[in-house]
Design a protein around this ligand. Structure first.
Ligand SMILES: [Zn+2]
Length: 457
């Protein structure tokens, strides 16, 4: 029995059972899947289907009822690794994944053409159509990033007849800006190759342009509508109060996604398997979801909510989202309502979940930082349906501040996850310390809410 907010026996036993080695085992399996699936587990592609099979097999063995809600998605993937090679002896080699990377939803093509810088003196390089006045048709446009969406630069370049576009990381006051992952968005209709580049690679391409030397670009992509399935698992027995925990299972096309979001998916899988083994008689239903196509625009979770009848939606007492728990330079972010509004059941429930996470970690002398609930992950569809939500997050491409480094350790001035959405988001892109703390908090919450009379509170 739970008294005065003390952790229920189930929460304690489940938290003891879910360990970092258990979670890492599933992450290693996801890494192996990516290794034999062109380096990614993106929705609609073989690595994703294999990830679904891995999760489903284990959940079925553990006695879960499993369903596979389907979405159709516009799939994009590199058909082969993109290459950029300066023609002639003057150029230095550029390495895919270190110096440049094909942007998601880019077009493909092969060419050897001159590089023409576009309005790089200005801080809105390539953002206006007239930046391309007099642009030599067929040339490769070199622009700087950050002042407008990459899609605008790419559309302007293609309209001006460019053969390809390189978006260089903008010059920074600190050290040289590293390679960044770029996406044009799944609605992009760009047909030419669009590549992001580190500041140093941008500078070397600038020199190539001055020399008038050519650049060879080779990029191949595959696109098309494909199905992808989420995995939703529930313990047997009916319940009109269901506690849900979810994590997206897909990666971006450019990497294996072992932190984003192998960490969240592996954590809730381990939680589900351990819960099945403890086999407690929980007061509420417990349901785990492994979402398809989060990276394509939260498609799996959105379709799931839309597909429920009103009564089925009403049965969901709360939804907990775990999207990135193992970032190497982590912060313990807790989802929080941005501005206090009217005290609706949604607001009260969501605030209660936030408080529970902060209290649990605080009791272990672990600081937390609220992060405003926005539409950035799979909780969004639940929020929109008025279902209380909560979640934990170890940080993505954002830069750790000095005060965060004091509170959480790690390196100020560096990204929480410098491999976010890149090919280096592998099994070594992880902090066991952060993963263990956040997984404990996640497991604690599921254990408590599974047994609470009127969750969430
Ligand atoms: Zn994610």
């Amino acid at each position: 029995m739970t008294v005065g907010g003390a952790p229920s026996g189930l929460a304690r036993r489940l938290t003891e059972a879910v360990t970092v080695p258990g979670i890492r085992r599933h992450q290693r399996a996801l890494q192996r899947i990516a290794d034999r699936s062109h380096g990614n587990r993106a929705a609609g592609l073989p690595g994703y289907r294999r990830s679904v099979r891995y999760m489903a097999t284990r959940l079925l063995q553990a006695g879960y009822r499993v369903s596979y809600p389907r979405v159709r998605i516009e799939t994009w993937a590199e058909a082969r690794p993109t290459t950029l090679a300066p023609a002639g002896p003057a150029g230095t080699d550029l390495v895919n994944g270190r110096d440049f990377s094909l942007m998601a939803y880019s077009g493909g093509g092969e060419m050897t053409e001159r590089v023409t810088p576009v309005d790089r003196a200005d801080d809105s390089s390539g953002c206006e159509p007239d930046d391309f006045d007099g642009f030599p048709a067929g040339d490769i446009a070199l622009v700087d990033g950050a002042s407008c969406p990459y899609l605008i630069q790419a559309d302007n370049a293609e309209a001006a007849g460019a053969g390809a576009v390189v978006v260089a990381a903008p010059r920074t006051a600190g050290g040289p800006a590293p390679l960044f992952p770029g996406t044009l968005g799944s609605d992009a209709e760009v047909t030419i190759p669009v590549v992001s580049a580190s500041e140093a690679a941008g500078a070397s391409l600038g020199r190539l342009a001055e020399e008038g030397a050519g650049l060879r670009v080779s990029a191949g992509v595959v696109r098309g509508m494909r199905p992808a399935r989420s995995v939703v698992a529930e313990r047997p027995g009916a319940s009109d109060k269901v506690v849900m925990a979810g994590a997206h299972l897909d990666s971006v096309g450019g990497g294996p996604g072992i932190n984003d979001n192998g960490s969240g998916a592996a954590t809730i899988l381990e939680m589900a398997l351990r819960l099945a083994r403890l086999d407690p008689d929980t007061r509420n239903g417990v349901r785990f979801a492994f979402w398809a196509a989060e990276e394509e625009g939260l498609l799996g979770s959105t379709a799931y909510i839309r597909g429920l009848r009103a009564a089925e939606r009403d049965d969901i007492a709360l939804y907990l989202n775990f999207d990135m728990l193992g970032s190497p330079n982590f912060v313990r972010f807790v989802y929080a309502i941005a501005a206090p509004g009217p005290a609706t059941p949604y607001e009260l429930g969501t605030a209660a979940v936030e408080a529970r996470f902060a209290r649990y970690l605080g009791q272990r002398d672990l600081a937390t930082e609220p992060i405003p609930l926005e539409g950035g992950s799979d909780h969004a569809a639940f929020s929109a349906a008025g279902i209380p939500v909560g979640g934990l997050f170890s940080g993505a491409e954002g830069i750790k501040s000095r005060s965060e480094a004091e509170d959480f350790g790690g390196s100020a001035g560096e990204p929480y996850d410098s491999c976010y959405h890149l090919a280096c988001d592998t099994i070594v892109n992880n902090s066991n310390l952060g993963l263990g703390q956040l997984a404990d908090a996640a497991t604690h919450a599921v254990g408590v809410y599974a047994d609470q009379p009127d969750p969430p509170s």
